[in-house]
Design a protein around this ligand. Structure first.
Ligand code: TRH
Length: 356
């Protein structure tokens, strides 16, 4: 089948990150995809090799949509509105494409309630067609999570020492912690905790906002006591922008992953290591409810819940110490349950097959 996926980049890398993964997964399964995005600048580092079967295309206001014949399936990602001329083209096609609105990931109950709901288009562009909402999610009543058919085998064959060497990381067997976050209020407290822990840690800091946040803490605000312990307990490596493929491997290599947004969270779930999620903040604090729903779905133990509360600025108590064993058991158990549900791409393909 031929797919058209439309993506508007709001900020950060999650919108294009999710769309690219979906497009690449569809292509791996034999379909072809045109990925229309208003900002393609992340793809050269995120997917430097590209993917046979996926054609990234710029989505401009002045694109001549009348010249574009719609594919079999059209996905508008995260409620981005299709170009009016393209939607009208869809309505005029003798056998109109399946039209899907792929929503943001949440563990809140409305995802299951609204999953696959039809939305007839009564007027305006695309009038006469019906689009359907497709909700990714964490239980069998939702569309599931992206998980490529080859992911588990690649993970099983992964060799951490060799990969770290390839990245130029001089690993001496110390604990590895990845950091991909916005600007968490508790970052200073976490760096101090690591610096003062007797077990040596290497913090692998993702490029961009996490690096600026760490540098702001280190330069300006925190003092590590005693000084020697900084040298012996905490070392920091600043990473370049990795491809999505290597970003996955970073998560597999670490003993604890700090992730954010949507796509890195899902990848950290598959990595099956303890994780801490920095949720994308919303102005009205709607992310607080979303965070609690996520922790409930995970069956998070008390220490993981309170760590998340402080990390996300929802509570203002001191940052608790990680409970490594409890967190690892919780994540391993959740991954096991999540693997029992069909992945998002399989579910999308099933839905399209039923609705064409
Ligand atoms: O960048 P994000 O914060 O994206 C966010 C969320 O998607 C949020 O829900 C959305 O509303 C907002 O964008 C607009 O986090 P996320 O979702 O994890 O996306 C990061 C992507 O970048 C993911 O696909 C992994 C990829 N990545 C790499 O490929 N290499 C890297 O080195 C890093 C750090 C990330």
């Amino acid at each position: 089948m031929h797919w058209d996926i439309f993506c508007k980049v709001i900020d950060n890398h999650g919108d294009i990150g999710v769309c690219w993964r979906l497009a690449a997964d569809l292509a791996q399964r034999g379909d072809t995809v045109r990925l229309w995005a208003d900002d393609l600048t992340a793809l050269p580092w995120m997917a430097p090799q590209g993917r046979a079967g996926v054609t990234p295309l710029p989505w401009h206001d002045d694109t001549d949509w009348v010249a574009v014949i719609p594919g079999d399936v059209v996905v508008e990602a995260f409620g981005c509105e299709l170009p009016a001329a393209f939607a009208n083209q869809m309505a005029q096609t003798p056998c109109p494409p399946v039209w899907l609105n792929l929503e943001y990931l949440t563990a809140e109950p409305y995802a299951a309630r609204n999953h696959k709901l039809p939305s007839p288009v009564l007027h305006g562009p695309g009038a006469g067609l019906t689009k359907h909402f497709f909700y990714p999610g964490f239980n069998a009543s939702t569309g599931g999570l992206l998980r490529e058919p080859t992911l588990l085998a690649e993970q099983a064959a992964f060799e951490r020492t060799a990969w770290l060497r390839q990245q130029g990381i001089d690993w001496q067997g110390e604990r590895l912690v990845s950091l991909f976050c916005y600007e968490p209020a508790a970052l200073g407290a976490w760096l101090r905790w690591l610096a003062n822990d007797p077990m040596p840690t290497r913090l692998l800091v993702a490029f961009g906002r996490p690096q600026h946040a760490v540098q702001a803490e280190i330069n300006g605000q925190i003092t590590f006591e005693p000084r020697q312990k900084l040298a012996s307990s905490l070392s920091i490596s600043y990473l370049p922008a990795l491809s999505q493929r290597d970003f996955d491997r970073l998560l597999w290599a670490c003993d604890l992953n700090f992730v954010r947004g949507e796509d890195s969270l899902v990848r950290a779930l598959w990595a099956s290591k303890p994780l801490v999620w920095h949720i994308y903040p919303q102005h009205d604090n709607a992310h607080h409810t979303k965070l609690h729903a996520f922790l409930d779905a995970m069956n998070a133990p008390a220490s993981l819940r309170s760590f998340h509360g402080v990390w996300n600025g929802v509570s203002h108590t001191p940052l608790p110490a990680p409970d490594w064993a409890d967190w690892a058991a919780c994540l391993a158990d959740w991954r096991h349950r999540l693997l029992a549900q069909n992945d998002l791409t399989t579910q999308l393909l099933g839905f399209v097959a039923e609705n064409r």
